[in-house]
Write a protein of this length. Sequence first.
Length: 601
Amino acid sequence: MSKTTSDLVVERLLGWGIDTCFGICGDAVNGFFESLRTHPEMRFVHVRHEEYAAMAAVGFAKFTGRPAACVATSGPGALHLMNGLYDGKIDGAPVLAVTGMTYHDLVGTHFLQDIDNDKVLEPACVFSERVMGPAHAVAVTDRAVRAALYRRAPAHLTIPIDTQSWTEEQDTVSEKNVPGHTSAVGQRHVQIPAEDDIQRAAELLNSCAKITILAGAGARFGAGELLEQVAEALGAPIAKAGLGKDAVPDDSPWCTGGIGFIGTRASQWAMENCDGFLIVGSSTPFYDFWPKPGQARAAQIDVAGDRIGMRYPVEVGLCGDAEATLARLLPLLRVREDRSFAERARELYDQWWELQRQRAADPAVPMKPQAVTCALSDVIPDGTILTGDAGTVSSWGSRVMLRRGMQFSFSGTLCSMGSALPYAIGAQVAYSDRPVVAFVGDGGLAMCMGELATLAQHRLPVKVIVLRNDTLGLEVWEQNAYLGNPQYGCDLSPVDFVKVAEGCGLAAFRAEETGQVRDALTRAFAHDGPALVECVVDPYEPPFGETVKPAQVGKMLQAYERGEKGAAPMSANLLAPGRPALSPGVDQHKGDLARYARGKG
Ligand SMILES: Cc1ncc(C[n+]2csc(CCOP(=O)(O)OP(=O)(O)O)c2C)c(N)n1
Ligand SMILES: [Mg+2]
């Protein structure tokens, strides 16, 4: 039987190894759905909102390194994809988006859902084209997939509804089009920097006494163990950007945890005190936590040459893949005897963990978020894929101890709320045999609550852990610490997530006290299917207590003076035993905070 445009696109995607598609049907894309129906090798995952179809595909790509597809109808469906596609573009995840358009001969006539999808999605993608019929389908699909793969970003094809079902006989091949002129042959793409640049980077690092390494998203997938060997040779602590959390495990002897607001005191100290700086695959926006320009001699490894020197005035740029570059750099490094710099950083790292454990043990109700992260660190199974969300939950999620073999990601640079659950869907679809945990806030989960039903529908045994603090918690701290304003517009009326989850077909548990968390988590992990654990936590435990800058505590005091309703509990929590010693920002304002902690308003 003659093939349709949609058949040709689906078969070409399968030819490229793209065998999973997340999405929602619609009148402008139903011709494509007929090809999905007749090609069961393409696994179709029906989600509840197109934004999360795109984000599930981003999650799939971030954890597997290979692309999935997402599909949406014209107009509202295509527009819903936008946020997820931008997330993929900004964080470097290959995705193949397919949308429907209105009839080929009604485009631009104010017809139903007549949106120029190709133009609208163009800025979110590295490739965005209309498919004009069967004669066009294969070559343009090949271009789209190559663009997504080799520029590590979403590519988009939009097909008019009637064109989707046109058969090869119904199309005419133009005079200049040579049928079969493209191929679906992928190639490994390993980028290696120039030899003399590697030599210069080694000389630079060999000349420094106290080196700090920063690992970002580019240090994932195979570069981590080499990075630990480089750290060992240099006696250098490894700090991690949010997207580099799984580059090396949190319990690696060289790791000092995250940097930035969601980071550790240890990483901050290592940044403030180094004279050499090696950046591996990171362009995190939190570079105000890096060494000051001029403080350290620096080298940077990045596959994207245009990212080198973007955040720090590096002397040597190594434009290449982290794994291949580190393998060439390592033998040129002078092995150090002196380990004192890394040892001091590790002491601080241990103290920081100790503070987390002390906060976790606080019997107050509502419990501290650390009660959840510490219990989760204890019970989380080997090989887990953990997904994080935007909010104070980014900070708490980064405090889950990731062991070797586990993976983590979140919407790092777009920082979109509601990303953890669709990322977890993408991860669980990719790896049916691995535990997957979505770590979410109550605001973020409220955005994507429909995707709980997706878990039930596809029997995806994801464990959703929601920190319920009845507030858009991060914004409270940001309105205070950045602007000196009392919180406004942050309260959330309580949602009973246990009932919502049960209503969607999940098992659900609630923990309201420190002593209940471990049991609730254990029961969720033991459940053979999707489960949710609602943890009711203190909104006023500081998510950046150890990294907050003195000037920011000053702004917070201004907000307290102007009537911030959480002033007393926030101050008391900032002054928790052990915290001022680890936080110059808090230490500097101890006296004023103590007055607010006693209830001065
Ligand atoms: C889609 C989107 N809207 C708004 C924001 C701004 N924002 C960042 S964090 C946050 C609050 C998140 O609240 P919640 O999910 O409850 O987590 P919490 O901070 O309470 O831990 C908001 C509104 C965002 N990052 N993404
Ligand atoms: Mg919240």
